[in-house]
Design a protein around this ligand. Sequence first.
Ligand code: GTP
Length: 597
Amino acid sequence: AAPKQIRNFCIVAHIDHGKSTLADRLLEFTGTVAKREMQAQLLDDMQLERDRGITIKARAVRMAYVRDGVEFEMNLIDTPGHVDFHYEVSRSLACCEGAILVVDAAQGVEAQTLANAFAAMNAGLTIVPIINKIDLVNARVDEVLVEMEQTLGIDPSTVLKVSAKTGIGIQELCDALIDRIPPPVSELEAPLQAMVFDSHYDDYRGAITYVRVMAGKVKKGEKIRFLYTNSTHEVVEMGQFVPHKRACDALEAGQVGYLICNIKSLDLVHIGDTVTLPGDRAAPALPGYKEPKRMVYCGLYPSDGQDFTELRDALEKLAINDPSFEFEPETSDALGFGFRCGFLGLLHMEIVQQRLETESDVDLVQTAPNVTYEVVMRGGEVRMIHKPQDVPDSGNIEEFRQPIVRVSLIQPTDFIGPVMKLCQDRRGIQVRTEYLSPTRTMLVYDIPLAEVIYDLHDKLKSATRGYGTMDYELKGYEPADLVRMDILVNAKRVDALSVICHRGDADRRGRGVCKRLKAEIERHMFEVAVQAAIGTRVIARETVPAMRKNVTAKCYGGDITRKRKLWAKQKEGKKRMKSIGSVDIPQKAFMAVLDTG
Ligand code: GTP
């Protein structure tokens, strides 16, 4: 289509407000998919994503909409909705001229509604606001209009009322997309300049790169260059998703599509990178490129040392598909050979773990997750710390810094007391309070990320009977009084159980961990001492007394098959044990540190 007839847009919403359902309805209404082919939530094509109900990866679909004999090309770019993927969201937004802002008629404005709407507004997009689910009996359209006006300054008369489920208002929405969203500004004659906003790995075709062409055009068979990695490739296929791949011969300024260049690893394809022509015809890089920032790390170990290679293969396969995940080998006295893995956030970590579990047979032990810290050494050198074992001796540390996030929490006003307490208990500093409507309030706090990744979301849900929602963004690193706390079993340090925590919390956490370990460690022939220590100073201790009698004794004289069964069971149990010195520690003990946070 001529640029004038192109509309590029995305849908932004809080989770569960109906983004996927709305996308389905648009595909159906424009005839992109026939009704009978319509499988629920076509855009989320990974089972896992469907299970979690979260769109993890952005996708782009081209739709055709004919109005008064004029055909429009409408490109819907799907954005990930979760906080861990903020950067990917920002790249998707940079590919659009407009955004449909979806608000649930019953739930109203929530934390990610605001975060996503502000992001879209800051990116300069035209907002097409809608209230969805107006078919619900508990829809409170008028109040939600007030919330949208109060929080986002949206003129109520511009808000469309839609039911993505029944199809009410979908045609009006399509017309609004065409009338309100400006067409892309496009310089067809300029050198090629395209932005990579997503990619995925196909076992047969290699990397599939999703781009929005900003200027110029790209043709099949041409050589293109990725600026960040400075690598040159030939385009062997290009096309658009309608909703399945459909090849074409060229993509021009304003269009959205995919490129296939026989690239055998996603390492070369970075979200936010600029694609241009090689040599002196190159266009400048588009602004805003950022390396994915891993904020959460944990160790992953095979519970049976034999499975190390299998785990490595599984991790490699995952990394090919997900460049924001990283891993490197590490060894632990307690757990043997394994990997230190970095993730964008806690949700990203859970997703990777789940994939590992479903896609490989390796039985995993995971160490407690930690965030990335900054340590300023005496002498000025700044080190990034990804695991407790790397914390230098306190005598060499000038300053210990931790990541702080700005958290927005939205809840019915009745619950603000418990939510404030929750934030204060997690060392939160209140920034402001905003009344969104007579019944709903937003609290904004600065809280250490380490405290947020524990359980803030779960605790918020239980403190607000499920009504509270939150969102956060990294504010920066700030100095804090942090220490490394070690756990010793019979005087031997269990490296996998060391944690970085606030000095003031160390005693409580140390006691908690020792208690948990005591409960998990079975009696041995000798006494087992479990201690928590900061440097050489012991801050807590528990003792597992020595065993009194032989377990098989009660089978004495009994029948031998019963005895064998018992032995077999003990052997099975052994597999899930790790020995520290001569003490066997069951695997679940390694999570004790987390549980007693
Ligand atoms: P995420 O992918 O988790 O971000 O969710 P989403 O925003 O894509 O929401 P989704 O489309 O999965 O819808 C969430 C729930 O709301 C589903 O159970 C839908 O069936 C339901 N839903 C969506 N639109 C409507 C609507 O217009 N009316 C009613 N009654 N239910 C709707």
